[in-house]
Design a protein around this ligand. Sequence first.
Ligand SMILES: Cc1cc2nc3c(=O)[nH]c(=O)nc-3n(C[C@H](O)[C@H](O)[C@H](O)COP(=O)(O)OP(=O)(O)OC[C@H]3O[C@@H](n4cnc5c(N)ncnc54)[C@H](O)[C@@H]3O)c2cc1C
Length: 448
Amino acid sequence: MNKRTFIGLFGTVIAGPVLSRLSAWASENKLKNWAGNLEYSTDRLYSANSLEQVRNYVKKRSQLKVLGTRHCFNNIADSTHSLLSLKSMDEVIALDPAAHTVTVNAGMTYGQLCPYLHSKGFALHNLASLPHIAIAGACSTATHGSGEKNGNLATAVSALEIVTAAGDVVKLSRQQDGEAFRGTVVGLGALGVITKVTLDIQPTFMMRQYVYEDLPLAAVKDHFDAIEASSYSVSLFTDWQNQRFSEVWIKSRDEAGKAFDAIPEFFGAKRATKNLHPIAELSAENCTEQMGVPGPWFERLPHFRMGFTPSAGKELQSEYFVPRQHAVEAILAIERLRDQISPHLLISEIRAIAADNLWLSPCYKQPSVTIHFTWKQDWPAVRALLPIIERELAPFNPRPHWGKLFTISPAQLKTSYEKLPEFLQLAKKLDPQGKFRNAFLNSNLFGS
Ligand SMILES: Cc1cc2nc3c(=O)[nH]c(=O)nc-3n(C[C@H](O)[C@H](O)[C@H](O)COP(=O)(O)OP(=O)(O)OC[C@H]3O[C@@H](n4cnc5c(N)ncnc54)[C@H](O)[C@@H]3O)c2cc1C
C-alpha cells in the first residue's frame, strides 16, 4: 500500500463512528505512523467529533493516547489500549483581530489554518518544515522551524482547553495561569486531551526564499553567528561530505529594513539558479518556491508544500538541540563522524531557535541550535549510530527532539529538564492514575 492510499484509508476510517468497521479494516492494514517505521500497538482508533464525545470517551477509558497526524518517528503517541483522533474537529472557532489571536479546534493542521489566516490578513510567526502536521500534536512536542529570533511553534500558544483524565474541561491561558500554563503547552500528550488551542497571530507578511549552494564548512566555523543573523529563517543542509554545506535556505520577510540582500555569493556559497530539494537528487516540485519569488509567509516558511510528500517519505529522523553558544563545536564534532554517518544519511539540517519558558521545551531558557538527521529507513543501523552521535554531543548536554528517534537514557534526559519535577506534579494532578501515560512516557519521564 502506498502512502497516499494509506492516508486516504486513514481519513475515511476514522471519520466513521462504528468500531467494528475499523477493526475489520485494521486487521488487514495495520495502523502505522506517517513514515511507516512504527506500527501502533493497538488498532482501536476512535474518532471524536465534539467536546462532549471527547469527555465521554475519556471518562470510560482506563488508558488512552491521542493521535495527531502521526508524524512522530518514535512511540510517543503509541498506546496498547486505545487511540483517540480529533481529526474531524478541525474548525476555526474564533479569530480575534483586536487581541491578535486565533482559536482552533485541536484536530486542525497548519495546512488548514494558514491559508485561512492569510485570507483574513494574519500570519503565524513561524512554521515547521512541513504544514501537514496537527497544531496540537506539533505544539505538544515542541516542534520548531528556524530563525534565531523565532521561538518554537508552541511559543505561539496563548491558551489551551484540555479534557483531563476525569473528563473535566480545564482552560489555561498564558495571561492567567503562569507556571501551570508554561508546564502544559509542551505536554507530550501526558496531561490530557487538548481540544482547543489559541495562537498568537500578527499581520500577514510576504516572504522571499533564496537557496545558496556549497557553503564551505570553514565559513560556518568562522561566521556562524553572521550566517544565522543574516535573515528571518536560515537552514543549513549537509551530507557532511567534502567539508561543505550543500544548501543554505534563507527565508526573508519582504519588508523594508528586513529584506535579505540576495547577493550572488554568500560566505563563499553561490546563489542557486533553480529551485532545489534539500536532498539534491529529489525533485524540487514538492518544495516551496525559491529564487526570490515573493509569496505569502505560509508558502515560504515551510520547506515542503501542502498536498505533496514532504521530505523523502521512506525515512527516519533524529534531532538534537544544543545550546547556541556551542553550535560550532557541536557541528564540528558531528563532522568528525562523517564516514560513519554518511552511509545511512539522506540529509542533515542545522537550524537556530530562540529560547523560551515552556517547561519541557528543549529550548527552555536556552537559545538553541538543532542538528537534524534524515536517515535512510534502516533502524538497526541508525540505532547503532545514535549512541555514537550522542556521545560526541554529550559535552554540550544535547536534548533530543521529543518526536524523533534517540537513545539518550532516561536518567540523562531527566537531568536536562530542571522543571521535570514540577511537570510530574502537574501530571499527577491532572491525571492521577496515569491514564495518558504509555511506554515512552513511563520510561523517559515517569521512571516506572
Ligand atoms: C516529514 C517530517 C518533517 C518534520 N519536520 C519537522 C520540523 O521541521 N521541525 C520539528 O520540530 N519537527 C518536525 N517533524 C516532527 C513533527 O513535527 C512532530 O513529530 C510533531 O509532533 C508531529 O505532530 P503530530 O500531530 O503528527 O504528532 P503525533 O505523532 O500524532 O503525536 C505527537 C504527540 O502529541 C500528542 N498529541 C497529539 N494531539 C494531541 C491532542 N489533541 N491532545 C493531547 N496530546 C496530543 C500525542 O499523544 C503524542 O504524544 C517532522 C516530521 C516529519 C514526518
